[in-house]
Design a protein around this ligand. Structure first.
Ligand SMILES: C[S@@+](CC[C@H](N)C(=O)[O-])C[C@H]1O[C@@H](n2cnc3c(N)ncnc32)[C@H](O)[C@@H]1O
Length: 169
């Protein structure tokens, strides 16, 4: 079992986003997470179900209670068939987009989510991390329009870490 050391806001989401999500998801609810990490088991600790889509086998199965679904990367996004199979039938209360890695120079891009919107639930909030980056900012705008969202929660940590939770209309 991996050591339970959480560093909010480094490779993980910030504590501010963590708190905002906890306030939105009903007790015993489900988070569908793209990109697993050290925060994943905390959802479970808080009594939530966490279905975690993860491309890197080394990050799968690390923490008991997290429902890992390993989906490798094909091109710049999760393997499409694998992604669809992994999310099929998951009744979630909030989608957290924090993968695949999207930092500068990474061969992956979270914009692949735009081709999967018809597999997702338009009535549930979508949290997107790292919207200080142009690709994630664009993703957030496209998802905002798909959700018909007129309200959102913007969370900043310092000058660099920015996330947003888009609320369905
Ligand atoms: C931004 S991280 C996801 C972090 C996760 N949502 C969290 O808040 O703990 C994106 C990807 O980087 C990898 N990863 C996760 N935690 C990491 C860490 N602490 N250091 C390096 N890579 C990490 C995993 O492959 C994950 O899919």
């Amino acid at each position: 079992m991996a050591r339970r050391r959480v560093v909010f806001g480094a490779s993980s989401i910030t504590v501010e986003l963590f708190g905002a999500i906890l306030r939105l998801v009903p007790e015993g609810g489900t988070i569908l997470e793209l990109g697993s990490g050290r925060v994943s088991p905390l959802w479970v600790d808080c009594g939530l179900r966490c279905v975690s889509i993860e491309h890197d086998e080394e990050w799968c199965g690390l923490f008991p209670g997290v429902e890992y679904r390993h989906v490798p990367i094909t091109g710049t996004w999760y393997d499409r068939a694998g992604f669809r199979e992994a999310v099929q039938g998951v009744q979630y209360d909030l989608l957290l987009v924090d993968g695949p890695p999207g930092q500068r120079g990474a061969p992956t891009s979270r914009l692949g989510l735009l081709d999967e919107l018809d597999r997702l639930d338009r009535t549930k909030p979508v949290a997107i991390d790292d919207v200080e980056r142009p690709a994630e900012a664009r993703l957030a705008e496209e998802v905002r329009s798909w959700l018909g969202s007129r309200a959102s929660i913007s969370l900043r940590r310092g000058r660099r870490h920015h996330s947003v939770v888009l609320l369905p209309s």
